[in-house]
Design a protein around this ligand. Structure first.
Ligand SMILES: *Cc1c(COP(=O)(O)O)cnc(C)c1O
Length: 424
């Protein structure tokens, strides 16, 4: 049975972000079930889930409350549209999201993935300036409406894989093939406040919005901005009347040690994108949150955008249960000692010649190596942990619910894997 599945996987599937040629040659690993911090494959082997099933799992796999919430919703209805109708869990969730989000974000527009949440934010920001009289902005007085059509983005940015989100991306390896297909955006070196001010000062009349990942560029390999950068971004966007889109898709829902990364510096963006951890890692769901000012601008202008499964009741029920667990189990509070333990146990890595740098924010860790990361990842599998590299960076992003003992084990496996590949 396991062997037959291996064969069919190779025969019928095309895996995302995967070198298919390497895949065809490597030993297959097919996950069959999960429990807590562990994944089990079709051959009965057990692995620590070191990347939260690609940054989504929050309270672990097979969390009873999450399973139950979906089962209970299933007994009522699996799907009903939000186009012109409402559904119960999507409303209850929107209220909870608004109450949790940075103050000033008051409206929730649903979609199904982080990339879509970004597309929506981009289209809303663009559309907003098409319908906003230039008299609203003293900086634009005398100019004609709708001149603000460009987006300002950062080098190394990652905002998803659809064409709009790729257009505001800055990772050449992923993005350069599609260049002729993309809309042009203005790019500034990430983390450089002076460069940002310079471009905003001269080009703000053309810029609709700036989009940033908060505090840390995750997909680029967990790269940090210098302290004060995100705050400066907020201040400068306000000064030059440019909307600020913050992409909390990776950082949101506790990953950084706070519910949203924006909370670390106390800023409110004009638009905020969330996805990944929103359902605790159970079902695809995303949302774009906006200020009331942006929402109000659209009262006489329909926003012609909506995905068929927008606000899916099963996904929203899972998200509600996810947030309820955060409250009941005080997930964020209980995470703090584990964040400390993680940084303590990462210290010995700095002594390894194979390690160039360790970067950590909460439960987001990048271990940059001087050697290729892929062999280390394969070695870690043999020792019982699933990891995934970003170039030559090993990412650790365990579920927030991981126990201290499991966390130690994950770090040990990573450490030993680095040593073992180089001694092979
Ligand atoms: C993963 C990610 C996205 C894309 O989300 P998908 O659900 O994969 O479309 C966008 N932005 C950031 C910062 C991400 O980490």
């Amino acid at each position: 049975m396991a062997k037959a599945l291996d064969k069919k996987d190779r025969q019928y599937l095309w895996h995302p972000f995967t070198d298919q040629k390497g895949w065809e040659k490597s030993e297959p690993l097919i996950i069959e079930r999960g429990k807590g911090s562990y994944l089990f494959d079709t051959k009965g082997r057990k692995y620590l889930d070191g990347v939260s099933s690609l940054w989504v799992t929050v309270h672990g796999h097979r969390k009873a409350e999450l399973d139950r919430a979906i089962e209970n919703q299933l007994k009522k209805i699996a799907h009903s549209t939000l186009l012109g109708l409402g559904n119960v869990p999507s409303i209850e969730l929107a209220e909870k999201l608004v109450k949790l989000a940075p103050r000033g974000l008051t409206r929730v527009f649903y979609s199904d993935s982080g990339s879509e949440a970004v597309e929506i934010a981009l289209k809303m920001a663009f559309h907003y300036w098409q319908i906003t009289p230039s008299s609203v902005s003293p900086l634009l007085r005398g100019r004609k409406r709708g001149g603000k059509t460009k987006f300002l983005t950062l080098t190394n940015a990652y905002h998803g894989d659809t064409i709009g989100s790729v257009s505001v991306g800055g990772i050449d390896l992923f993005h350069k093939t599609y260049k002729p297909l993309l809309f042009k955006s203005l790019k500034v070196p990430s983390g450089n406040i002076q460069a940002l001010e310079n471009i905003l000062k001269t080009r703000h009349p053309e810029i609709a919005a700036m989009i940033v990942e908060p505090l840390i560029q995750a997909a680029a390999g967990m790269l940090f901005y210098p302290p004060g950068y995100l705050k400066a971004v907020r201040r400068l966007c306000s000064k030059y009347d440019v909307l600020l889109i913050v992409d909390e898709v990776a950082a949101g829902f506790g990953r950084t040690g706070k519910m949203f990364a924006c909370e670390h510096v106390g800023i409110t963006p004009d638009l905020m994108c969330v996805a990944k951890g929103i359902t605790g890692g159970y079902l695809p769901l995303a949302a774009t949150l906006t200020s009331e000012k942006i929402y109000r601008a659209f009262l006489d202008h329909t926003f012609y955008h909506g995905h068929t499964y927008t606000g899916n009741p099963l996904a929203c029920a899972a998200a509600l249960a996810n947030l309820e667990i955060f409250r009941k189990e005080r997930t964020i509070e209980k995470l703090q000692p584990k964040i400390k333990l993680l940084s303590q146990s990462l210290k010995p890595f700095t002594k390894l010649k194979q390690v160039k740098e360790i970067r950590q924010l909460g439960f987001m860790v990048g271990i940059e190596l001087n050697i290729p990361a892929q062999p280390v990842i394969l070695r870690a599998r043999k020792l019982g942990a699933i990891l995934r590299p970003l170039g030559n960076v090993i990412v650790l992003m365990p579920p927030l619910s991981i126990s201290e003992a499991e966390l130690r084990k994950l770090v040990d496996i990573t450490y030993n894997s680095i040593i073992l590949v180089t001694s092979d």
